[in-house]
Design a protein around this ligand. Structure first.
Ligand SMILES: [Zn+2]
Ligand SMILES: [Zn+2]
Length: 302
């Protein structure tokens, strides 16, 4: 290679290595559509009402977070609604018997009025197949213009177009809003993570959240966490949002299983830092997953 060409090639290589690690340019927040999370979520109990209600939180005009009441089910899962121009995606349908379909219809109807629209198709997906994330499926199937993806690996792969599960990372467009879908089996065989390019939020289901991370398949789990670390490298991650809170605000301390009343619970949101901590802890276990309390979560062989 002539010297000049070589210098150009090396310069390009150096530049690209800088851009790989580029973070938010200032001052526009990197073009990320921003939003707000509550300082604390509504506390369930100790006295429960006859009809427990979901807490509906508007992160921004196109992203809503529903939190199921601990009085409906102690799992108190979070459910997510992401609006694109052509479709709205719902992630998880909750635990036990609730009025989830009615609540979701209410959110969608208000969005339609605000956006002067007649209708929008609803796609219901799941972070994984456990019952505390899928119990509202039958209710949601009753809604018009709604597709509920069956919570099993074959259906998830077919819907999103995975050819090489779990290595593929596929994208799904809601209309001007592209999501990346990352297979993360290990907690459960059909587990997926979703990265929303619009808000730079990463949804991790029960694989990473402030609570007990139950590991069913250790090998797959470690590879999945590794995949998340690699996927997010050099990307903006505003929040990592899982689907439960079991941790207290006191480092290393979690609430006992089945706790309804959690007046001092940890924030829902985690950051990429905790993802790196999780990977480091798992790698330190050398293939044998053991129970380990960390500052913001606990690793828990299932
Ligand atoms: Zn689960
Ligand atoms: Zn769960």
């Amino acid at each position: 290679m002539p010297t000049r060409a070589r210098i150009i090639a090396i310069s390009l290589l150096l530049l690209s290595s800088i851009f790989v690690y580029a973070q938010a340019p200032q001052p526009n927040g990197a073009g990320v559509k921003s939003g707000v999370l509550p300082a604390a979520w509504r506390v369930s109990g100790p006295q429960c009402p006859a009809k427990p209600e979901f807490q509906i939180h508007e992160y921004n005009e196109d992203f809503f977070i529903l939190r199921e009441s601990g009085c409906s089910n102690y799992e108190k899962p979070f459910l997510y609604l992401l609006f694109g121009k052509e479709k709205v995606l719902m992630l998880d349908t909750g635990a036990g018997k609730t009025d989830v379909a009615e609540v979701v219809k209410g959110v969608i109807d208000r969005w339609l009025v605000k956006n002067k629209r007649e209708s929008i198709p609803l796609i219901v997906a799941h972070t994984h197949a456990h019952r505390d994330h899928t119990s509202g499926d039958d209710d949601l199937k009753q809604l018009a213009n709604t597709t509920v993806i069956a919570p099993n690996p074959a259906a998830v792969q077919a819907f999103f177009g995975f050819k090489n599960w779990p290595e593929d990372i596929v994208s799904y467009d809601l209309g001007g809003r592209v999501l990346d879908v990352i297979a993360i089996p290990g907690h459960e065989a059909s587990s997926i993570a979703i990265y929303d390019r619009q808000t730079s939020v990463l949804f991790t289901g029960d694989t990473l959240y402030p609570g007990r991370l139950y590991v069913a398949d250790g090998q797959a789990f470690v590879r999945s966490v590794q995949r998340l670390v690699e996927f997010t490298r050099g990307k903006i991650v505003t929040h990592i949002l899982g689907n439960h809170i079991e941790q207290t605000r006191t480092p290393y301390l979690d609430y006992p299983i089945r706790t309804v009343h959690q007046p001092d619970e940890h924030s829902l949101e985690l950051s990429r830092g905790q993802l790196l901590e999780l990977l480091e802890a798992l790698q330190g276990m050398n293939g044998k997953i053991v129970r380990m309390a960390m500052r913001d979560f606990t690793i828990w062989p299932d």
